[in-house]
Design a protein around this ligand. Sequence first.
Ligand SMILES: *[C@@H]1O[C@H](CO)[C@@H](O)[C@H](O)[C@H]1NC(C)=O
Ligand SMILES: *[C@@H]1O[C@H](CO)[C@@H](O)[C@H](O)[C@H]1NC(C)=O
Ligand SMILES: *[C@@H]1O[C@H](CO)[C@@H](O)[C@H](O)[C@H]1NC(C)=O
Ligand SMILES: *[C@@H]1O[C@H](CO)[C@@H](O)[C@H](O)[C@H]1NC(C)=O
Length: 435
Amino acid sequence: MIWQTITILVIAVWHCCSGCQFHPPGEYLRFVRVPENLKIGEEILRIQVFPRNRLFLQPIDKIEDVQYFTYKDINRTTISLRLARSLEDLVDSEHPRNVLKFKVSCDFNDAEDIITSSLSVTVYVEDVNDHAPVFVGTPYRVTVDELTPVGLTLFRNVRAIDRDKPNTPNSDIQYALVAGNQDGKFALDNSHQAYLILKKPLDFDAGDREYFLTVSASDRGVPQKHANATIRVLVIDNDDLSPKFTKGVYRTKIPEFYPILGRRIHKRIEFDPPIFAFDQDLAIDAPIRYDIIAGNERHLFSQDHVNGSIFLEREIDLDSERALPGNTFVLQIQASQVDNPLKFGVARVEIEIVDLNDNLPEFEVDFYNISIVENLPNGFSVLQITAVDQDQGDNAEFTYQLEDKSGAFTLDSRSGWLTVRDQAVLDRENDHLSS
Ligand SMILES: *[C@@H]1O[C@H](CO)[C@@H](O)[C@H](O)[C@H]1NC(C)=O
Ligand SMILES: *[C@@H]1O[C@H](CO)[C@@H](O)[C@H](O)[C@H]1NC(C)=O
Ligand SMILES: *[C@@H]1O[C@H](CO)[C@@H](O)[C@H](O)[C@H]1NC(C)=O
Ligand SMILES: *[C@@H]1O[C@H](CO)[C@@H](O)[C@H](O)[C@H]1NC(C)=O
């Protein structure tokens, strides 16, 4: 008795709400497009379904598809299908899914059987350009030898990813150098591959030391999104340049020696500016060795190999250097790299020896013994005396002077010509002529 009552009650309940009809009748499939960034709770579709009994959402292929959706009754005839879970991770993934399928079903009860009636819904999720490219593996740093040949690829590690749907404009990245490349020394291999390539030669010693290149990664979505990254390029100096002297010619003057003692000396010769050579590869600054390579056959000079100082090794007497042009010793010096003697620079050194006035003029003969006739006219040239001075230049200059108390003669101080000055004094009869 109790069992029967329950059965009757259940039938009564089903009877009360039976019926399930989608409208328009005969349509079993609906298709809708939604953007991936649709908010939870927003409507994707309205469906007319009446009468309806025990409406529910059902999977078709994949159970999880249906979990993205829910529905809400609007009124007796209409329901609203709404989003229950975010769609964002569906398309923006490595294996994107953009089609979701499910069924809206309700039970139809015709007294004998319960028939479930359904409407299939296919939701196409459209990608939205909601991600900007992101560089990976930053910061980017490259060290480049200044002698790297043009055309070589310097760096292959610049890469950006875009989390929008793969193989769509929204995730298609194009690279460009947008700043820091004013000289056009660098370029990217192509816009889809950010391989950094050298386009023009680098010269560390001309100031190419460091570059900060801004590379941009842009997708092709609408609106376009982009990101920037910096590639720091550090140029390193290569040993491509030779040592160089600070001057082409170093000049100085030193006095000759007096008296000559014949000793060995070792006297530093001062130059202004001092003799100095440097490696033009400034960052390498290789050690330098100095040598005299010409002009020192008699070993009068020596040079400190380390600091370039030049020393005089022997006393110099100009009187024995008659053949020396301009009283100047000319040396060739060389500065070579200790680690690579093929890299060298040369300079000239001119050392002028200044004459000390160490010699007296000397007469050709000590004694001039001449006889003259007594009646020579005034102005008559009697004799030219000559003297020489072993000194040179100004120090070799001298003048003649006559000491003659009688006043009979005069002597030209320059030419050495002795001429008659006062004929009357020469009168033999007066006979007071003395030396
Ligand atoms: C139910 O709601 C829909 C949408 O708002 C409307 O078009 C329709 O007329 C409504 N039906 C009734 C019976 O109120
Ligand atoms: C990227 O760099 C370019 C050039 O310097 C600049 O115009 C742009 O605003 C930068 N973009 C970002 C996102 O910083
Ligand atoms: C160079 O070295 C030598 C000794 O090796 C020294 O006598 C000389 O003064 C040095 N020169 C300079 C400029 O320091
Ligand atoms: C000068 O010469 C004459 C004649 O040649 C000679 O007689 C005289 O002794 C000489 N005087 C001297 C000082 O040598």
